[in-house]
Write a protein that binds this ligand. Structure first.
Ligand code: ADP
Length: 486
């Protein structure tokens, strides 16, 4: 499996106006499993950031006029190129993010599916002819691209988070300056190489790397970037919204989740456990849709906890490139320290450890932990855990489960397990979230609107909703010549 460990498609420079641009100042990208240096990528100087923004601005005039069919064919070509090298790209994701190779490859497929979906949407991007109030008037509504966009993405899905923004932006006729997270810029640069190879015109897609505050801040503030699409932490989300408010930019924000996972008293325990493993442990729990708070009906709790504990105890932690590994390392030392803090706080406040040993922050390889007796007084309840820690709370009935599920600022996704679909639907209807999985632990898919309510942000990625985020309706009222044919 040596091939899987050595990424073969490392690009070390930024992609600006159709060319690769280096810099003297660089920062290291390391494999979180080993600490090995993968590449040093540019801390792009301001002048080059300016060139990227100017290129996106200039290229927009041409790209918005390219036919929908041509835009669709470019998107389809990007998807095909990604799928053709899914193993290489998957290994690159594993190398810089740490997730198991099978998950890296799955992410490439998921990311490619957005380019495929939006290739299909691009050619259906029609307008409307609206009945007017007078017979001599015509009202035509078109959907115009909002303009050059800033795309700011996190490290947990280095390909998919960018694809979910880039595919609809390109389909809509927008150009972009994308800035991946410092931990995982290599996958974004590899996507830039694919964009280049399929012949997307220079300047339409720019991928730049650099200091989050300096380079990211510049993207947030530049008035030529008419829309900002951000996925990341709530704290940075606030900065994004403040910057957008300052210059009245369009903005979409996908922020934290704190997802509840409800196991109702009549749930099928095996299915609930299988769903829990996916909802909790995909990407090592480092996802905004990760199940954060397990709310388990008292009647079923002993069976559920025992079955889950058995499965969790058997998960293998190790370098993601090694065969048979279920969980890779967490992304960096700060993530490991946070998990240690959350577990210590929970135990100090009375939680019990059903499986594993609370991490002490000394290693990024975190063996999974199951905590029971979790209460709202604990930090694991309020904060996104973002790691392989299962936090279980017993609830008395469906009402109790709903009230506790909604006891959070976040509102991204919830999971509900029950044999009775009507009961599950009633519960789902009362959960303040943007997405619900009923007897399903993985809701993300290209054709559905991914996004949240409350402090989880706004805007949707996926389906035709995802395209709307990059479009502005424009209506033209025409009064016909008096006496002319109508
Ligand atoms: P996480 O906590 O998941 O690492 P962050 O919100 O810190 O998420 O980062 C998400 C993205 O936001 C990354 O691309 C990061 O570089 C970027 N970012 C972080 N701080 C800022 C900032 N002050 N201005 C603009 N972008 C930022």
């Amino acid at each position: 499996m040596t091939a899987a460990r050595t990424p073969t498609i490392v690009h070390r420079d930024c992609y600006v106006d159709g060319a690769w641009v280096g810099a003297d100042a660089r920062f290291d990208v390391r494999d979180p499993a080993t600490g090995a240096l993968l590449a040093a990528v540019p801390d792009l100087p301001d002048a080059a950031v300016e060139r990227a923004i100017a290129a996106a601005d200039r290229a927009w005039a041409g790209w918005r006029r390219v036919t929908a069919g041509e835009r669709a064919s470019k998107l389809a070509a990007i998807a095909a190129a990604m799928r053709a090298d899914e193993r290489g790209l998957g290994a690159l994701i594993t190398a810089e993010n740490g997730k198991p190779l099978a998950e890296g490859i799955a992410e490439v497929r998921y990311a490619a599916s957005f380019f495929e979906w939006y290739a299909g949407e691009a050619v259906r991007l029609g307008g409307e002819l609206v009945p007017a109030s007078r017979p001599d008037q015509r009202i035509v509504v078109t959907r115009e691209p909002v303009g050059p966009c800033a795309l700011i993405t996190p490290w947990n899905f280095p390909a998919a988070m960018l694809a979910r923004k880039l595919a609809p932006a390109l389909a809509a006729g927008c150009t972009v300056v994308a800035k991946p997270a410092e931990q995982t810029p290599l996958t974004a640069l590899a996507l830039a190489a694919i964009v280049d190879a399929v012949g997307v015109p220079a300047g339409v897609v720019n991928v730049i790397t650099g200091d989050a505050v300096r380079v990211g801040g510049r993207l947030l503030r530049d008035p030529r970037l008419r829309k900002i699409s951000f996925t990341g932490s709530t704290e940075v989300g606030r900065l994004v919204l403040a910057a957008a408010a300052d210059r009245i930019a369009r903005v979409s924000c996908e922020l934290g989740g704190n997802a509840p996972f409800l196991v109702l008293a009549d749930a099928d325990v095996e299915r609930a456990v299988a769903g829990a493993l996916v909802a909790k442990f995909r990407a090592g729990g480092q996802t905004c849709v990760a199940a954060n708070r397990f709310l388990v009906a008292r009647a079923i709790a002993p069976a559920f906890v025992a079955a889950l504990a058995a499965r969790v105890g058997a998960l293998r932690v190790g370098p993601g490139a090694e065969p048979g590994v279920d969980l890779g390392p967490v992304v960096d030392d700060a993530a490991a320290a946070k998990l240690a803090r959350l577990c210590a706080d929970a135990v100090a406040r009375g939680a019990e450890v059903a499986v594993g040993a609370p991490p002490d922050g000394s290693t990024r390889m975190i063996a999974p932990v199951v905590l029971t007796g979790v209460t709202p007084a604990m930090a694991v309840w309020r904060e996104e855990i973002f790691g392989p820690v299962v936090a279980i709370t017993i609830v008395e009935d469906d009402e109790d489960a709903i009230a506790r599920a909604n006891d959070t600022d976040a509102g991204l996704v919830a999971y509900v397990y029950s044999r009775d679909l009507e009961r599950a639907a009633r519960v789902a209807a009362r959960l303040d979230v943007g997405m619900v999985g009923i007897n399903e632990g993985l809701v993300s898919t290209a054709q559905a609107p991914f996004g949240g309510v409350k402090a989880s942000g706004f805007g949707r990625e996926g389906g035709h909703w995802g395209l709307d985020d990059y479009l502005a309706p424009k209506y033209v009222m025409t009064t016909l010549t008096p006496g002319g044919a109508s």
